[in-house]
Structure formats: C-alpha cells, structure tokens
Ligand binder design. Sequence first.
Ligand SMILES: Cc1ncc(COP(=O)(O)O)c(C=O)c1O
Length: 404
Amino acid sequence: MTTPLSAPVPAGGVDGARLPLRPELADEAPYGAPQLDVPVALNVNENPYAPSEEVVTTISRYVAEATRGLNRYPDRDFADLRSDLADYLALESGVRVAPEQVWAANGSNEVMLHLLQAFGGPGRTALSFAPTYSMYPEYARDTHTRWVTGRRATDFTLDVDHAVATIEEVRPSVILLASPNNPTGTALPLATVEAVLDAAARVEVPDAPEHDGRRAGAVVVVDEAYAEFRRPGTPSALELLAAHPHLAVSRTMSKAFGAAGLRLGYLAASSALVDALRVVRLPYHLSAVTQAAARGALAHHAELRAQVRDLRDDRDALVAWLRAQTVDGRPLQVADSDANFVLFGTFGDRHAVWQQLLDRGVLIRETGPDGWLRVSVGTPAENAAFRDALTEVVAAAPTPEKED
Ligand SMILES: Cc1ncc(COP(=O)(O)O)c(C=O)c1O
C-alpha cells in the first residue's frame, strides 16, 4: 500500500519500511490545495483563460524547434529566455534590467528555494509577516533555516515600526515579503519596502562574511507573483532594484501569464545576487522544452496583458459585490485586493461555508486567518456561479458557529 498523495508521511514508515526520514519531516503532509474535479475551480489563483489558438501555435513552434536538439543538454544559463524576460519586465514595469540580473527556475517556488539555499541554512533565520504565503515555512524547513514570523496589522498592511523592530531583533539572513500578498491581496507601499530594505542592510547576519569590518545584512525578497494584477498607481519593487543590491523581486508566469502548467518563475536582482543562485541550482534545471515554451508564451505578452486588464475589472466588481453582501445582519468584510483573488469573511464556521459552496460545484480556498475565505477571479460565468452559490449559502441558514 502506498501513502495517499496528500497524506502526512507516517513517522514509523509505510508497510514496515524503515526509512531514515529526517525527524522534522515525520508526519508532515505534502503541500497542496485539493485538486478536485468540480465545475467551478476558484481555489488556486490560476488565470481562468486557457491559451488562445495563436498562443498554442507559437508555443508549439518554439517547442518543436527545441525538440530537434533534445539529444543535447539545454542552455544551462538560458540566455535567450533571460533576455526575453528582461524585455518583458521593462514593458510591464518601465524598469530595465540586464539579462544577467534575471534568474529563472521551475516556478517561483523553485526560485525562492534557490534563494533560501544560497542565503539561508543552519544557524540562519528567514523572516516573514503573517498571514502570508504558506509555502515560505517549507522553503525554510527544507533548507534547515529557522523560520520566524512577525505579524501584519488587522487590515493586513505591514506596520513599518513592527517590521523594523522584528528585523533588528531576529537578524534574519532572508526576509520574504509577498506584495501583493497571498492570501490577503494586499500590496505594500514602496516606502514600507524601503524601510525593510534599510533595516535589512543595517543588521549584521551573525555568520555572514565581513566586509570593511561589518558583516553583511539580510537579503530582501519581494514576491510579486501577482504583480500584473495590481491596481493603477500601485508601484512594483522593481523600481528599487538599482539602489539595493540585496533586493530580489520574484515573479511568475503561473498567474497573469496563464501558464501555471508551464512551471516558470523568475526574479530580477543585482547580478551579484544572481551569481550566488547559480551556485545552488542543479545543472540544467530548466529543460529546453520549458525554456522554449516560456519564450513562446512571452512572445504574446500584449494579448495576455489585455486579458489581465479584464481580470482586474472583474476582480474590482467582485470586491464591490462582496462588500454589498450581509451575513447574519453584518456586512461582509472584504480585503482590498491588488491580486486575482479576494479574501472575504468573516464566518463563524468558514469550513461549513466552504463545504456548502463545494456542494454547489464551486471550489474556493479555506485559508487565511480564522473565519476568512479566499476566492480566485474566474471567467464572468464562473464568477456568476460563485455569486449565486454564495447567495444561496448565506440565505439558506445563519452561518453555523464552529464546532470545536
Ligand atoms: C505569493 C505566491 N508566491 C509564489 C507562488 C508560487 O507560484 P509558482 O511556483 O507557480 O510560480 C504562489 C502560488 O500560488 C503565490 O501565491
């Protein structure tokens, strides 16, 4: 018998197999939202639109070309892809970086794992501010890095004084800031990121190399997985790159680009920081097929960006609709969102609401602080199905109090 895919790994092994599992992995479950076959899946913040036939044709052409050279290992430094990603970032944000300042891997999850492999490690600390993306502690665990969280305010913003005090107290080597944040949708003002960058540069990481009598400070990672969905006027931390060599801004093609299945994440940083990541990556970690498919998708960035504009409008409409709903006589609370999802609540028993939506064919995510739920923005038809289902669920009965 094998362990079900989402089940914890039993500490005592499976079927009597005695394996030297690392103690901290015993009884840990593999990360992942349920992959259920439902009519309306709004649970993992994907782009609901499949690639158009034009995009499919271009990707197929690029991949066919790469296939002809599959007897050879791929370009280890993915020079063409880096150059295309740098061009895309310049168009998207107005910030021009050199191809050597770009790094890529199989999803931004792997990009951030590389960051922890290079800058975390035994005796070191990674810091973030909760509630935030639930994979961060796993990068820390897997690299033997101590994991510490400060907190976000009740409106999910980050208080600068608290952030700076926590950095000074913890002296982390890596600080992870998601902006827009998952699961709350909150983008950070540049002034907040700058304050964190300054504090990160001031602290001395206990075992870091010394330069001019001072030890190096922390690397700050701004995870901009959802950046393309930010509202007009919300800046990107890419704007801070030129002045901060200890900053890395992570992006992905999984969300706005509608290419979650591709597994392509990337970052922009100083070339010195990127050089450190080259040391920890596996050789040829980005397959020739991945590199080709990503370049094919990037060639259609203009079309994809038009789609993102529609999704942003639909997100704003969903926020407005949710804010007009009442539950048990109280208006729903809805977090401001710069992403392609919305966090809303609060419910006495959010699991019951999640289940009743699922019973109606709508899968959303039970995540974030207790009482809150997160819904991804889908197609107009999917959003309507969600609205109808939620209307029925809250009208059917007062939301039950949670059974403990
Ligand atoms: C904040 C955040 N960062 C990173 C990721 C990872 O994305 P990927 O590995 O698909 O690039 C996600 C995925 O949901 C996310 O929400």
